[in-house]
Design a protein around this ligand. Structure first.
Ligand SMILES: Nc1ncnc2c1ncn2[C@@H]1O[C@H](COP(=O)(O)OP(=O)(O)OP(=O)(O)O)[C@@H](O)[C@H]1O
Ligand SMILES: CC(C)(CO)[C@@H](O)C(=O)[O-]
Ligand code: BAL
Length: 296
């Protein structure tokens, strides 16, 4: 990979231009802008699946040019997390993106994004960034918002697409865009699931067959929460937690019902839309899921 846009004589006729440098992607996007085209950015960490491709297809509908970033961002991983073993599948990712007609893939190295190593200047996600995912992964959301704001500044997209699967991330990115007046429209794409309900995730590939079966407790807990929603918060929490009681080999990390407007926990007696967030560890693999319910 070079800093330039490449379009090799590849068997994938529409192989996206692969760009590794900040200067290279700025130049490639600017060329499209000069021709009056609008740009959508889909930030990813690669190891692409149909969830990512749903974001790409939606991006294709709303903008002329689709840029996908593939970057496993060290800043959002804590010590002892899976940064080193996170799946890296650039070749098959490029083939999939080529099939969906993506124009540009920005896949920088960590040295390109963080030439001085650890960055001193970061975007902070505030109080909500310390809850749920942020409590289990301290510093995670500051790392996410820092890299997302860097990507926004580098690519300067008209639109940016994120998946509902990472609900807390979506909330914090949308708030950052509002708080910092970033000139980008964020679009959220519904969670894509396997036929049996498991939310698609790059980390699903860590699961063996037994763990894959056990992991269904997450989506089952959301279904249980939805069934109990009319009976109020306590019933929702009890029924959703019950989905984990049946399985050995899975450890519930958190199960919480939040107000979609504030992302703070709702209290007993609350009525109206609420989001159930769940995280669990299946062996060494941490998985998350969430769903919208109407309480009361
Ligand atoms: N099943 C899914 N449906 C819709 N969007 C998804 C899905 N999975 C991931 N995304 C979105 O794709 C974008 C990139 O996510 P990422 O590369 O971290 O993939 P991931 O599958 O969530 O990986 P991980 O296993 O690390 O959580 C994010 O906006 C994320 O919300
Ligand atoms: C948004 C993101 C690409 C930032 O590294 C990552 O958190 C992800 O893949 O959801
Ligand atoms: N999908 C969110 C990125 C992460 O787990 O680090």
């Amino acid at each position: 990979m070079t800093g330039e846009t490449t379009s090799t004589a590849d068997p994938v006729a529409s192989a996206p231009g692969l760009v590794g440098t900040i200067a290279g992607i700025r130049e490639a996007v600017a060329a499209h802008r000069r021709d009056g085209r609008t740009v959508a950015l889909v930030p990813t960490m690669g190891a692409l699946h149909d969830g990512h491709l749903a974001l790409v297809r939606r991006a294709r509908e709303i903008a002329d040019v689709v840029v996908v970033s593939i970057f496993v961002n060290p800043l959002q991983f804590g010590a002892g997390e899976d940064l080193d073993r996170y799946p890296r599948t650039l070749e098959s990712d490029l083939a999939a993106l080529g099939r969906d007609g993506v124009e540009l893939v920005f896949a920088p190295t960590a040295a390109e994004m963080y030439p001085a190593g650890e960055v001193e200047t970061r975007v902070t996600a505030g109080h909500v960034g310390t809850l749920y995912e942020g409590a289990s992964r301290p510093g995670h959301f500051d790392g996410v918002l820092t890299v997302v704001s860097k990507l926004f500044h580098i690519v300067q997209p008209d639109h940016a697409l994120f998946g509902q699967k990472d609900a807390q991330q979506v909330f914090l990115v949308q708030r950052m865009v509002r708080d910092l007046d970033l000139p980008v429209r964020v679009e959220v794409v519904p969670t894509v699931r396997e036929p049996d309900g498991l939310a698609m995730s790059s980390r699903n590939r860590y699961l063996d067959a037994e763990q894959r079966r056990i992991a269904l407790a997450l989506s089952e807990s959301l279904a249980a929460a939805e069934s109990a929603a009319a009976d109020g918060l306590d019933e929702v929490l009890a029924e959703a937690a019950g989905a984990f009681g049946d399985h050995d080999g899975i450890e519930l990390d958190y199960l919480v019902v939040v107000d979609p407007e504030t992302f703070l926990p709702v209290v007993e007696g609350a009525a109206g839309p609420a989001r159930v967030l769940v995280a669990a560890r299946v062996g060494a693999t941490r998985l998350i899921d969430n769903g919208l319910i109407t309480l009361g």
